[in-house]
Design a binder for this molecule. Structure first.
Ligand code: ARG
Length: 307
């Protein structure tokens, strides 16, 4: 068993196994500024009440298959609900995001506090090399490789720090369509070794890297329509996939591959450029976190050039 501090400050015990995620209630959610094309035309155009209902549905669907922890929402940080951007977690270490846009940089201290109070070893990514966490970095299902996006938000230079941090192969992918400004909007490695992807969101070289790793039968190439419904912005836990509403064709294809599809309407969050996956950050198993904590505390920080 591990322990985790809850919102009211008390310590709670966590189960030994099973995937664990972080979400942030949409108490202060709003479209307050425009930092991606989805937000244009939607400033103050979302309904807090509807967003809360949609978020609750996602939260309760996720709670049926995983543990979900919550971070306290903060006034003045309307995008904090998109916890995928808080950082990238593996083996009890979090590479804390360094947001590209000043509008989101105010979230950093809140996420830092949550991670350190919850027992994670926090590693900083410096401001000069912006990095937007799991929004731009996704592990392959077996953990053997890290796919990392760059371009609109994350700087490619930050990828080197991820390699250093976990000693894992990092494959850099360049995002070229402003509508798909984070990797998790157009790329989703699945638990069975397949990938759901919208290839035109990448430059040719990056498309070739994806095709080299995932043969045709392992690629689920979504249509532009499904990509715009944020189909690739999916949360996959074992055989279950949680996502926004998608086409019947894509749903059938995923079911044919053995997945159980849970569609949750997330239209209010699309107005800010996010859907299911953006609203969730994988924390891995907290018991692993705590067991490895002591060893991690001894590990050297990122090379001094980055600090
Ligand atoms: N409005 C937020 C932003 O532009 C949305 C973030 C979506 N998150 C994600 N992981 N794709 O930063």
């Amino acid at each position: 068993m591990g322990t985790l501090r809850t919102l009211d400050g008390s310590l709670t015990r966590t189960a030994d196994s099973g995937p664990t995620f972080l979400m942030c209630p949409p108490k202060h959610y709003d479209v307050n500024y425009v930092i991606n094309p989805w937000m244009a035309g939607n400033v103050h155009g979302s309904s807090r009440q509807q967003a809360t209902e949609q978020w609750e549905q996602l939260h309760s669907a996720l709670r049926q298959i995983a543990q979900v922890h919550l971070v306290e929402p903060q006034p003045g940080s309307p995008d904090m609900v998109f916890t995928a951007n808080a950082g990238l977690v593996r083996n009890g270490i979090v590479a804390l995001s360094s947001f590209h846009h000043q509008e989101r940089q105010g979230e950093e201290p809140h996420f830092r506090r949550w991670f350190s109070e919850s027992g994670f070893a926090v590693r900083d990514i410096p401001r000069v090399t912006p990095f937007e966490g799991e929004g731009d970095a996704l592990f392959e299902a077996d953990g053997s490789r890290l796919w990392a996006g760059y371009g609109p938000r994350t700087r490619q230079d930050s990828h080197r720090q991820l390699t250093e941090l976990w000693g894992v192969e990092v494959v850099s992918l360049r995002l070229v369509d402003p509508r798909f400004y984070h990797l998790d909007t157009c790329f989703c490695p699945l638990s069975n070794g397949d990938v759901m992807v919208y290839l035109p969101a990448f430059d040719i070289e990056s498309q070739m890297k994806i095709e080299a790793r995932y043969s045709k039968k392992h690629r689920i190439c979504v249509s532009e329509g499904d990509a715009l419904r944020f189909a690739c912005n999916a949360v996959n836990v074992g055989r279950t996939i949680l996502l926004n509403q998608i086409s019947d064709d894509l749903c059938a294809e995923l079911e044919l591959r053995g997945f159980q599809i849970v569609q949750v309407e997330l239209t209010e969050f699309l107005k800010a450029g996010g859907a299911a996956k953006c609203l969730v950050l994988r924390l891995s198993e907290l018991n692993v976190t705590h067991a490895q904590r002591a060893a991690i505390a001894q590990s050297p920080p990122l090379s001094s050039a980055y600090n």
